[in-house]
Design a protein around this ligand. Structure first.
Ligand SMILES: NC(=O)c1ccc[n+]([C@@H]2O[C@H](COP(=O)([O-])OP(=O)(O)OC[C@H]3O[C@@H](n4cnc5c(N)ncnc54)[C@H](OP(=O)(O)O)[C@@H]3O)[C@@H](O)[C@H]2O)c1
Length: 276
């Protein structure tokens, strides 16, 4: 039987972004990757576009791959848990899961505490290789596996290693936050359109600002007040905007939104895990 470094189960949006990213970054070769996707049309599309091997069932993925990435929806886990516990070989396989809300403990109970298991939470911009992924792992996982997974997800953006207890907070910080930024951009563009500017130009200006500001946070640092002061000179225009944000208690608006996001993440985790 042919051997693969990475086997993917469920070849949807996320898995396609990951496969494309690792191949385009030359981290893995096409022949290092196999997958099983239950939707035959999607399977054919993926094997043609990425030139990776499509296998006929989950069992084959476990038998032929070292790292096995679960990339289907969490609600499909129940149907697959028997196959997972039957075919996962603790001595040969390493389990990677991007299933939102499924804790490492669930897999340890299903397979074994001896199994090497990594839980990763990517966000939507990984679809264009500009995302950020938070990686957690159990105590059995060693440095070579951590290194592999960090490099693998590094092909589709930035990575951070976090204690698993913060995975729900990650949803509020990076999982949901692209939508917070889209909403802010929408309000800015709508304001500008009302003032008469062309939508495309407004979009270009707002998107350019958000990209540049994000890059500056990465490149310069996280002293946000200092960065704000560099833009907001005394008596100038930006100072007026900052004053208005503070007067309207933007901090509370953001804290409230993140708080309800966090609560919902815990509720969803609880309801997913209750169904197993
Ligand atoms: N999208 C995001 O922004 C995001 C962010 C973080 C984490 N995630 C996680 O990433 C995972 C995948 O999300 P996605 O958006 O890529 O989903 P998706 O596009 O729906 O992809 C999942 C694919 O897996 C297939 N599938 C289901 N059960 C299968 C099985 N037993 N064997 C093989 N294939 C199977 C599905 O086929 P059918 O359509 O026929 O069921 C579908 O093609 C989810 O667990 C999600 O929680 C997503």
């Amino acid at each position: 039987m042919k051997k693969f470094k990475l086997g993917i189960i469920g070849m949807g949006n996320m898995a396609s972004a990951i496969a494309g990213g690792v191949i385009n970054s030359f981290f893995l070769k096409n022949e290092d990757i196999c997958f099983y996707e239950k939707d035959a049309r999607k399977a054919q599309r993926a094997s043609l576009s990425f030139k990776i091997e499509s296998l006929s069932d989950i069992k084959e993925v476990f038998l032929s791959s070292k790292f096995v990435l679960l990339a289907f929806k969490p609600q499909n886990l129940k149907d697959n848990s028997k196959l997972l516990s039957k075919y996962f070989d603790t001595d040969k396989n390493i389990l990677l899961s991007i299933l939102a809300g499924i804790p490492i403990k669930y897999f340890e109970e299903l397979i074994s505490k001896e199994a090497k298991i990594l839980r990763i939470m990517p966000n939507a911009p990984v679809l264009i290789s500009k995302g950020v992924s938070a990686i957690s792992f159990n105590s059995t996982t060693g440095n070579p596996e951590k290194d592999f997974v960090t490099k693998m997800f590094g092909c589709i953006g930035k990575t951070v290693i976090i204690d698993e207890k913060f995975q729900n907070l990650v949803i509020a910080l990076s999982g949901s936050s692209p939508a917070y930024f889209y909403l802010i951009c929408k309000y800015m563009v709508e304001f500008a359109i009302k003032k008469g500017i062309d939508r495309e130009i407004a979009k270009e200006l707002v998107a350019g600002s958000i990209i540049g500001s994000g890059e500056m946070i990465y490149n310069i640092g996280d002293d946000f007040d200092e960065m704000i002061n560099k833009v907001a000179s005394k008596g100038g225009t930006t100072e007026k905007a900052i004053e208005s944000f503070k007067k309207n208690n933007l901090q509370k608006i953001i804290a409230d939104a993140m708080d309800v996001t966090l609560k919902r993440a815990y509720e969803m985790e609880e309801s997913i895990n209750k169904n197993f």
